[in-house]
Design a protein around this ligand. Sequence first.
Ligand code: ADP
Ligand code: MG
Length: 335
Amino acid sequence: MRGGSKSIQTEDKHLIEVQNLTKVYGQKTAVENVSFKIRNGRIYGLLGPNGAGKSTTMNIIAGCLSPTEGTVLINGYDICDQPIEAKRQIGYLPELPPLFTDMTPLEYLTFVAEAKGVTDELIDRQVKEAMTVTDLLGVKDRLIRNLSKGFRQRVGIAQAMLGKPDIIILDEPTVGLDPQQITEIRALIRRLGEKITVIISSHILSEIAELCDHVIILSEGHVVADDDMAELEARMNPETTLRMTVKADEDGARRVLKSVEGVRTVTKEGESAEEGTVTLQVTTTSETDLRDEIFFAMAAERYAVISMEQQEQSLEEIFLSLTAKGSKHKKEDND
Ligand code: ADP
Ligand code: MG
């Protein structure tokens, strides 16, 4: 969705266009001026700490909550003006799935398929297909209330698949599950993502990084990042820091470092641990790894490199800095 592809963007169809969405609950502004686009055939992550506005945004996209301001287009249908057509494009699993626990998965899914207007002759086939994909056939006749949380979540996902929507939206689908169940649900989401567009929300960065092609980060109701997973790291990480200790005098070490192309800044770090050595923080452009070149340049001057480690900003740090309380909402305008 970023730079360089503007002409393609206008021709490309977006499945979902969220424009200037704002939701105010009483005194509380839960989301403010949120805009993003969802393209076909990928897994999107809506990432943000608790209270960031993920569920509010998803509820509005799914047509379960009306926005205070802004519009949502789903396959071109306005969720407020053409809710029936718009909702037909989407399968939704809310944060608290509306399961009828006194029904069996088979009964419940049949009921949901009817409610979604799936025609009679297709109901059995679609229910069976949804139960197959979510691996529910073995428990289809047990009461939902007796199923584990992992299996209940699968019933919730199966219900979202009914009606064959183009997009499935899952709000924190792994919350409250044990590690084994989390692995299974993630594998299921990956399988779904091979066929249709999936949007999941999570407050867990590693989950989004593992599953998603694209991430939209929400913080305090604002979009603070909207990037392909790989781009996020590159964009937020314009430079790399090396920390090194060299057997050299400071001036000599600086002279050698400055001669290496790509080195940006050199800063001496406190007192050296050892007599005759100097410890330096070196920032470099991030595209290339300069460790080899620095090592050999030092060696050519007979300066021994005692240690050198690359300190990259982790995704976790990027996420924390983007969502830090009170941090300025700093998404640049891409479109
Ligand atoms: P998330 O899903 O990211 O945790 P939510 O969308 O649930 O965030 O909530 C965003 C903010 O809106 C939070 O501060 C929450 O307390 C508030 N909020 C959510 N629903 C309501 C509501 N029905 N009434 C008042 N405030 C709400
Ligand atoms: Mg939520």
